[in-house]
Write a protein that binds this ligand. Sequence first.
Ligand SMILES: C[S@@+](CC[C@H](N)C(=O)[O-])C[C@H]1O[C@@H](n2cnc3c(N)ncnc32)[C@H](O)[C@@H]1O
Length: 214
Amino acid sequence: MSVQYDLEGQKRAYAKWAPIYDSVYVKLLADAQKKAAAAASRCGPDILEVGVGTGLVLPYYPAGSRVTGIDLSFDMLLKAVEKKTSRNLRHVRGLAAMDACALGFPDQSFDAITVPFVITLVPDPEGALDEMRRVLRPGGEIVIASKLGANDGATAQIEAALAPLMKKVGWSIAFKSSRLSNWAAGHPDMEMLDITPVFPAGFFKLARIRKRQA
Ligand SMILES: C[S@@+](CC[C@H](N)C(=O)[O-])C[C@H]1O[C@@H](n2cnc3c(N)ncnc32)[C@H](O)[C@@H]1O
């Protein structure tokens, strides 16, 4: 099946976001971003951040790590480069323009991959996860922070009732957490470790998927 990509539309949208993104999101996303960076750094020093954006997460990785960030949007990446320089983030080893679904790295290059607030924006999330699995070392983790809709139960009903309001402020519940679990279940070498609620009041989730040791 071919997937329709509107990567140019995505780039145009983030060219508009780049100048204001940090002021809008720095506080709201910080808890999930810090927890994602901490979980990734427990796996080892070589970390890939997919959809690094303006680099809001970059200061949260520990000094001993070696972080590479990729993003579709040059405008967002320019902000990340500015941050690396102005804050002397020496653990940031590379920032590059790249599509999450076509990662230009050899197999098994990274100990962990962080995906903060990106996976729901990618037109082919399973294709992106396949690429992450390829470049991840055995024993490593894919750490995803996002708004993930509940699969069922009371939370799913409340979310459905609030969906029109959430849409007005740019958030969607359409991407269910089961999409990640189903992808992991389809690959014998991958296992869903946990999906935990984070600030504010569990609105965002942190999902960790591990690549089993060979
Ligand atoms: C909401 S921002 C998140 C930025 C950063 N990770 C953070 O937590 O602040 C989403 C970012 O994902 C990028 N993005 C969207 N689709 C992408 C794709 N297919 N490949 C790489 N980056 C993508 C956008 O350009 C944007 O910078």
